[in-house]
Design a protein around this ligand. Structure first.
Ligand code: FA5
Length: 345
């Protein structure tokens, strides 16, 4: 068989096999076996060295023609196979628009955050500014500046977690009072601020007490501030938060940093005042401490207590939220149970 005939033979068999190929791997194997370095065409062309000078270019031209033809057929076969693969994929991956969508659950802010923001709104409406304090405080601001010198027996009312003998986790938001008094320029007007934040105490946890909880401190200092201003402010707060029907009672109390001092109770949400386990059979739940700023506290901040007077209060946010929403155990706020939060969307 001449080389020309061998090429013709190879062409015939190639043209017969090619259309039957249906995948990329077989197509590639076929290309290597026909046109590859060790393929059939190369094998045939090895015989060229025995041809005459006239025959050699003719066979070369024939071989090139064959290579071009097969290469172009391989290309179109490749595109054909690729198109088939895509078509198959599309067939399997069709989008079923009738399937129900995945439900995206929407979160919501914690009920304590919501309560804080609500109280903030009420006070912003009355012209107060909102001030941040430090959760890690000095003994000086937490106690001494609040008229509680070292060894004062009233320190026992707020036992705390000490970091060093002078640095502690604040027991109340009242140190923010001293810090804002120090920073305030009274030539520019009265001081009216609230300061929400977390506080810590070595209290034993029960339905209404936690060792860490939240307070909102309030402070107003100006000339001629009287107890009636405090009463009116607390009344506005309670009416806006709980509605006019909820009863509030003020009873005399003692805080070293206010004189006179009061504590405010709100009628129990659970028993309406009859007495139950939530209010410890008293019918009332204590929500805040308040009073007229003690002259010593003003003087320690360099404020003339003969010219200026003020009132302050510290309310427990958890207690307010419990009363507002009928939550009967304070520990529910901190457990991180989504079912608790979801009720307050
Ligand atoms: C104080 O902390 C004072 N600094 C409040 C104050 C500020 C008085 C300014 C005068 C002037 P008291 O310890 O009573 O006061 O706490 C205030 C409120 O925090 C309480 O009425 C109560 O609502 C809440 N509270 C106190 N202890 C706890 C506790 N362990 N768990 C949850 N809430 C608490």
């Amino acid at each position: 068989m001449t080389l020309q005939e061998k090429i013709a033979d190879l062409r015939t068999s190639a043209l017969e096999k090619l259309p039957k190929i249906a995948d990329e791997k077989t197509l590639n194997d076929f290309r290597v076996s026909v046109l590859g370095k060790k393929g059939k065409l190369t094998d045939i062309l090895k015989g060229m060295k025995d041809l005459s000078n006239e025959e050699r270019p003719k066979l070369g031209a024939l071989a090139n023609e064959f290579r071009d033809e097969i290469t172009s057929l391989l290309e179109s076969k490749k595109s054909e196979i690729e198109a088939l693969i895509i078509a198959k994929k599309l067939e399997n991956e069709t989008l079923d628009v009738t399937l129900p969508g995945k439900k995206v659950t929407k979160g919501n802010r914690h009920i304590l955050t919501q309560t804080t923001e609500e109280i903030e709104d009420i006070f912003l409406g009355m012209g107060y500014q909102i001030v941040d304090g430090y959760e890690v405080e000095t003994d000086y601001y937490n106690f001494e500046r609040m008229n509680l010198p070292k060894d004062h027996p009233a320190r026992d009312m707020q036992d705390t977690f000490y970091i060093t003998s002078d640095i502690l986790l604040r027991t109340h938001t009242s140190p923010v009072q001293a810090r804002t008094m120090d920073a305030h320029d009274f030539t520019k007007g009265p001081l009216k601020m609230i300061s929400p934040g977390r506080v810590y105490r070595r209290d034993t946890d029960d339905a209404t007490h936690s060792h860490q909880f939240h307070q909102i401190e309030g402070l107003v200092i100006d000339e001629n501030i009287a107890m009636s201003d405090l009463k009116g402010t607390l009344d506005t707060l309670v009416k806006k938060m709980f509605g006019a029907e909820r009863k509030i009672r003020l009873r005399p109390s003692y805080f070293p940093f206010t004189e006179p001092s009061v504590e405010a109770d709100i009628s129990c949400f659970k028993c309406g005042g009859k007495g139950c386990n939530v209010c410890k059979m008293t019918g009332w739940i204590e929500v805040l401490g308040a009073g007229m700023v003690h002259p010593n506290v003003l003087e320690m901040a360099g404020i003339d207590s003969k010219k200026y007077s003020g009132f302050a209060f510290g309310l427990g946010q958890e207690r307010i939220a419990m009363l507002r929403y009928g939550i009967n155990d304070i520990r529910g706020f901190y457990l991180g149970d989504a079912r608790m939060s979801e009720q307050f969307k």
